[in-house]
Design a protein around this ligand. Sequence first.
Ligand code: NAD
Ligand code: LMR
Length: 327
Amino acid sequence: MSRTPVTITITGAGGQIGYATMFRIASGAMLGQDQPVRLRLLEIPQGMRGAEGAALELTDCAFPLLEGVELSDDPAVGFEGANIAMLIGSRPRTAGMERGDLLAANGAIFGPQGRAIGERAADDVRVIVVGNPANTNALIAQQHAPDLPAERFTALTRLDHNRAVGLLAAEVGASVKGVDGITIWGNHSATQYPDLSHAVVAAQPALDAVDREWARGAYIDRVAKRGAEIIEVRGGSSVASAANAAIDHVRDWVLGTGDRRTSAAVVSRGEYGVPEGLISSFPVRSSGGDWKIVEGLEVDEFSRGRIDASVAELVAERDAVRELGLI
Ligand code: NAD
Ligand code: LMR
């Protein structure tokens, strides 16, 4: 029996991460080999040629699961009927730009996009924000779609999570398959806290397998500043790994994680002392199409301090966008 296609809107489709994402989605890597998909590529006028070129290449791949590709520079058209919205396009920080300028520029993008999602997308729409500052952009979009459950708006910290898994496995000389229980807490920024307190690697507690000073010092810095390291070494920001993480996030959200834990920035209902309404990274599992925050993990004094510091940054960003009238 053929299944109804899922409509996926990708913003920033003419950019790098959009390009690295759409071919994998169309090949079935995100929703499975039995799920047809329709792609909606949303850009701004300056980015349309890039998106058009990518659409030509999608045709040339002849993906059996791809039922159609539509392009638009109008959010009201781009989000029509979307079941999944991947908000990748954003306004990057450029020389001389203050944090308030960056938040204001992105507010002008994510406010209207959130409104269009609320008005046009399918009732079951799930939103993942990749464009930075991802957590606060997700909050802005969520606040403009008051008729949708807030839980449908999430931000990407899976890239940080995957980095944390890869770097721990490399330190121990173990397979990534043997790593579980890592948490990224807080903001997708240098204040994030990659936490090994409850992690296992190669069938032993991670904190027994590695030097504790490393786990609570150099490791945290390396994960939290990995984006900057990639920019320095590669000469450009993460692309394939960011696309891969966005695909992992949506796949796990829709198809479930089983017992495995991962990290995602989801709306807080006050868990672990994170103020209600913030979109902050937590330990999560997904089942039945919903992320569920893993509760009851013990938080020691060191972890408490690191979580509080990153959450304080999210509070400051939320207050700044409130002052700018963006939410
Ligand atoms: P890019 O500059 O190559 O592409 C961005 C695209 O977005 C451009 O084509 C641009 O025209 C488009 N765009 C801008 N405003 C838009 C709008 N209002 N609607 C639709 N499209 C719009 O950038 P990239 O390398 O693809 O990165 C995209 C974003 O992802 C950046 O903000 C980057 O900082 C962020 N990022 C996030 C993570 C994460 O883990 N959360 C990781 C890597 C990169
Ligand atoms: C990353 O984590 O790789 C990006 O968020 C870095 C960036 O500033 O684009």
